[in-house]
Design a protein around this ligand. Structure first.
Ligand code: ATP
Length: 281
């Protein structure tokens, strides 16, 4: 292993991990390693909420849009190998790797010192005595948002995605890949939005019902991600800096001006995150 220090940003979907990762990368000379299992695929950029080139602000992003849209499922061990190689290259350039997830199964699979394939669900309640330790020195930042506020934000985010062309994007994907009215439920076909809108394209539900299902499933995903993070913290004992982005999201939802929103973001999230990282480095 080359560098032994890693910044790891975790949190549910929609909490602000992407924005934080770019601000931190700019401040410390970092490079981002994607840890969202759907964003690894090339395609469905709106649906999977990939960060645009413009928003990346010149910060190198790795393992994003890196495998073909029809590649199917990949094993966690593939991510472990690819991300580890990427992290070593970043460290060799003298930069700090910033892993941003996303998918807690990928974060776990990458970080644990002993990756044991016999542990099928590392976050499951059955694994009572499982206490993995990270193979790097990690500074974990957990971007957290109150569940009620986040749920409202996630609902509106789907509406924003629709305005950006979500339905058309999934329709094109559906037209290319569907067999007998279904996109195979593997790989990128599992992205929230694909199964739901497929029901609409085949006339089984209305567009608005499909989008409601998509909103509900996004909220369910967020809740499950938080449960997994609690396991890392409460059961495995991984030391995590929690950053509360609730007020920032609330400012956004209530239509506060951008200046106010940025002020709250800086106060609650980015300043504390940067302070934790500066202590760590
Ligand atoms: P699990 O093992 O349950 O799949 P995980 O931690 O490996 O959990 P998650 O990132 O929580 O992975 O993803 C679980 C599911 O949530 C995915 O299979 C997909 O349906 C959906 N999902 C995750 N990320 C996205 C995304 N960026 N866009 C759309 N759907 C997503």
């Amino acid at each position: 292993m080359l560098g032994n220090k890693l910044v790891v940003i975790i949190g549910a979907t929609g909490t602000g991990k992407t924005r934080l990762s770019i601000e931190i990368a700019k401040a410390i000379g970092g490079e981002v390693v994607n840890g969202d299992k759907m964003q690894i695929y090339d395609g469905l950029d709106i649906t999977t909420n990939k960060v645009s080139l413009q928003d990346r602000c010149g910060i190198p992003h790795h393992l994003i849009a890196s495998i073909p849209h029809n590649a199917g499922d990949f094993p966690v061990s593939f991510f472990r190998y690819a991300a580890k190689t990427t992290i070593n290259c970043i460290a060799r350039r003298g930069h700090t790797p910033i892993v941003v997830g996303g998918s807690n199964s990928l974060i776990h699979g990458l970080l644990v010192d002993n990756f044991d394939l016999s542990i099928v669900d590392p976050f499951g309640q059955l694994e009572v005595s499982y206490q993995p330790t990270p193979q790097w020195q990690c500074c974990f930042l957990w971007v957290h948002v109150n569940e009620v506020i986040l749920n409202e934000y996630l609902k509106r985010r789907v509406d924003g995605m629709v305005d950006a062309g979500l339905v058309e994007e999934i329709e094109e994907y559906f037209d290319t890949l569907s067999v007998n009215g279904h996109v195979p439920y593997v790989g990128l076909g599992k992205a929230i939005g694909v199964p739901e809108l497929s029901e609409y394209f085949t006339g089984r539900v209305s567009c608005s019902d499909a989008l409601s299902m998509m909103k509900t499933n996004t909220q369910i995903l967020a809740r499950s991600q938080v449960t997994k993070i609690h396991r890392m913290v409460d059961v495995w004992g991984w030391h995590v800096h929690a950053l509360d982005c609730t007020e920032t999201i609330l400012a956004h939802l209530t239509g506060s001006n951008k200046y106010m929103e940025d002020l709250v973001w800086k106060r609650d999230v980015s300043d504390s995150g940067l302070a934790a990282i500066q202590d760590f480095l």
